[in-house]
Structure formats: C-alpha cells, structure tokens
Design a protein around this ligand. Structure first.
Ligand SMILES: Cc1ncc(COP(=O)(O)O)c(C=O)c1O
Length: 390
C-alpha cells in the first residue's frame, strides 16, 4: 500500500482545526490562550438565590471538564458530550442508564473488560446481554428483538482482531427495532470516523487512549446525537455516582487533544507501513489490520473511515511461546498494556483477556506510536527472528 495513499486518506482538516484551537478558548480575566484549571468544588450563590454562572458544586459539573467536553462534542459533531473518570465508567454509565430489564446486543469482539462487565454485571440490573458477531448483519438482525432491544453496542475497529462493523447498517437495524446504537470509537478516533454522522446515537471513547495520547490520563467520554431523556438519565447518574473527570485530568486531556489529528495521522501512516512489511515477514503467520486488502473488514473500513488507524495485531509463527518470547525481546517497543500513546506498545493479549476471549494465543497487539516506522520495524524484526520457533 503506497504511503502517499495513506497520507491523502488520513487528512481530516476539520478535526485538525477544532483540536489545535481547542475551540479557540480564551480565559476572559487575563485573555490567556491556554485555559486555567478550575479546581473549585463550590461556587458563590447570587444574592437572589440563583447560580447564574451555571456552577454550584464540583460533582455534577466542572468548568475545565466542560471545556474539554466542548472540544469532544465538536470533534464528533455531537449535540453534547460528557467526561467520566475512565472509559469503563463512561461505558457502564450508558448501560446503567437503560430501563431495568433491557435487552442489549453487543459485539462478540470488543475491549475484554467491558465485555466481561456486560456478561457478569449488567444482568444485576435486570439486563439481558446477547453477544453476536456484529460484522455479520444477518446475525445482528436475528439477535435484535423489536421493542425489547434497547441498545446495540459495537466497537469498531474492535480489540484485538480489529474487526470492522458497518455503523450505518447497524444504525438502521437498531432503529428499526426501536433500539439505540452506541459505538466505542476509541481506536477509530474522531479523526478517522464520525459514528453520529453514520447514524449512531451515542459515541464512547476511552479518552485514556488517542484523545489524550500521552499515557498519563485515565478518562472516558460519551457524545450524543441528541440530548434526550436517555442522555439526561446518563447525566443524572454521573452526578449521583460522582463519575465526572477531575479538573487536572480534564486539563491534561485538553492539552493532549490539541495535537490529536497530527498524532493520529502520523501513527496511522506508520501502521500502514508496518502492516505491509510484517505481512511479508517469515516469522509472522497473519497480520490483522483493516488497511490490508485481505482483512475481512477492509471494504467497509474504506467506506466508513478516512484512515485505517494505528492499531494492528500479528499472529506469530510458533504459537504462544514464540509470541511471548518475541514480546520479551523487543527493546524499542514497550511491553505494556493500553494503546494510543506517543510510545509504541506491544502486548500478548491472551495473557490479559483470559479464557473466554476470542483472542488467539499467538497474537501480539501492536499500538503504533510516533517513533520512526523503520526503527519500529527493525526492533520487531530482531525480536521475531530471535524468538524460539516453538
Ligand atoms: C477500546 C477500548 N474501550 C474502552 C476501554 C476502557 O477504557 P479505560 O481504560 O479508560 O477505562 C479501553 C481500554 O483499554 C479500550 O481499549
């Protein structure tokens, strides 16, 4: 795949301008172009008993979080956005806000901890969760129950196989059944996919990943197509449970988002190169990357994404032992969990995800950062060639 093509496809000028300017926020008292951190937890009431500035207490709301939420809403072309203390906190709030006893259809392949929560904890709220292969539209149609299914939850591209789900088709299926479609767009980022424009109702991000981008904040975000009663219920839950992101983290997130488009584009260009080089590597059995033409989701990814992202996985010849040994030998890649930071990470996912995971035991997940692609390849090549063959 030509590097030039990747460069052309991954430009998203709108996201670049919104993020770089952080919506042009200027602090009114000093005219500072960098907003302050609003740490106050309580605010003065007006003499006539009103709170005209719009802030009363730090648990429901925070001015720094509000600024970052404004940027996320603009990036997603959403009517509103809310920040949470983590991606898990955002995702679980969306499910807890559903009416008791809701039927939920969710992707089989998705971030393992949320899948685990849906299966083990969501039933405590009376919900019934059905996991399906959401890349198979017929399977989704069979799973969705008209009038009973309240939420279809997908992740695309989905951890750790980078399975692609057709957002527009799923929105149509969900809506016809009277359900909402929520999309975990953490890996796609607003730079490459705009789920709301494709018909989704809710977008979720682990902002700990690309939105912040520097592996130094845990945060989550939800963005909505419409501020309806369901959205108000999520807001109420955030207030009641104290799920809001703290002001310092919100400020760091705001700082990280300013470079979002440039980081994501550069990392994605390197991922395209690495996927292409690794496909021909004698110690690699398979490369899983939606940018490769032989990936099952390639055609849909090309339609609904403006770039293929910076996450890929490789299946190592020689099985589990060879995969773990490869990860043990790298010197430049960091052997660590998470994704979407400036530094490239490598991880043996089956060790993390446990026995119910669809993750094959020979799979290494690669989060491509901002280092030079040739340096990253050389390090991985050295690690792969030196690892025991079985
Ligand atoms: C795709 C995806 N969604 C959600 C999460 C959960 O986010 P957090 O760790 O911020 O709670 C993660 C974390 O790895 C993730 O990769």
């Amino acid at each position: 795949m030509a590097k030039q093509r990747a460069t052309r496809r991954t430009r998203n000028g709108k996201a670049r301008t919104i993020a770089a300017q952080a919506l042009g926020t200027i602090e009114p008292a000093t005219r500072a172009v960098v907003p302050p951190v609003h740490v106050a937890t309580t605010f003065l009431r007006d003499p006539d008993n009103q709170y005209r500035a719009g802030f009363a207490y730090g648990r429901p709301d925070n001015a720094t979080a509000r600024q970052a939420e404004g940027v996320i809403a603009a990036l997603e072309d959403a009517k509103d956005a809310l920040l949470f203390g983590s991606g898990m906190s955002a995702a679980t709030a969306a499910v807890m806000a559903l009416p008791e006893g809701s039927h939920i259809v969710a992707s089989q392949v998705m971030y393992w901890a949320f899948r685990h929560w849906l299966i083990t904890e969501a039933p405590r709220f009376g919900h019934r969760v059905e996991a399906v292969d959401t890349s198979d539209l017929a399977a989704v149609r069979r799973a969705v129950k008209r009038g009973r299914t309240k939420l279809v939850w997908i992740e695309t591209p989905a951890n750790p196989l980078w399975t692609i789900t057709d957002i527009a088709a799923l929105a149509e299926i969900a809506h016809r059944a009277g359900a909402r479609l929520a999309v975990d767009s953490t890996v796609a980022t607003p730079v490459f996919t705009q789920p709301l424009a494709l018909g989704a109702d809710l977008v979720m991000h682990s902002a700990s990943k690309y939105l912040n981008g520097h592996s130094d904040v845990i945060a989550g975000a939800l963005a909505t197509a419409r501020p309806d009663a369901g959205w108000e219920r999520i807001k109420t839950l955030r207030t009641q449970h104290g799920l809001i992101l703290g002001p310092f983290e919100a400020w760091l997130l705001m700082r990280g988002m300013r470079t979002l488009e440039a980081r994501v584009r550069a990392a994605s260009e390197s991922a395209v190169l690495l996927a292409t080089w690794l496909r021909d590597h004698p110690r690699v059995a398979t490369v899983l990357y939606p940018g490769l033409q032989d990936h099952p989701g390639h055609a849909i990814a090309t339609r609904q994404m403006t770039g293929y992202g910076a996450m890929l996985s490789i299946r190592v010849r020689g099985g589990t032992r060879a995969a773990i040994a490869t990860a043990a030998r790298v010197r430049l890649w960091k052997r660590a969990t998470s994704l979407g930071g400036v530094e490239s990470l490598i991880e043996h996912r089956a060790s993390v995800e446990g026995k119910d995971s669809p993750c094959p035991p020979d799979l290494l997940r690669l989060s491509v950062g901002l280092e030079d692609a040739e340096d990253l390849f050389a390090d991985l090549d050295w690690a792969l060639r030196g690892a025991p063959r079985r």
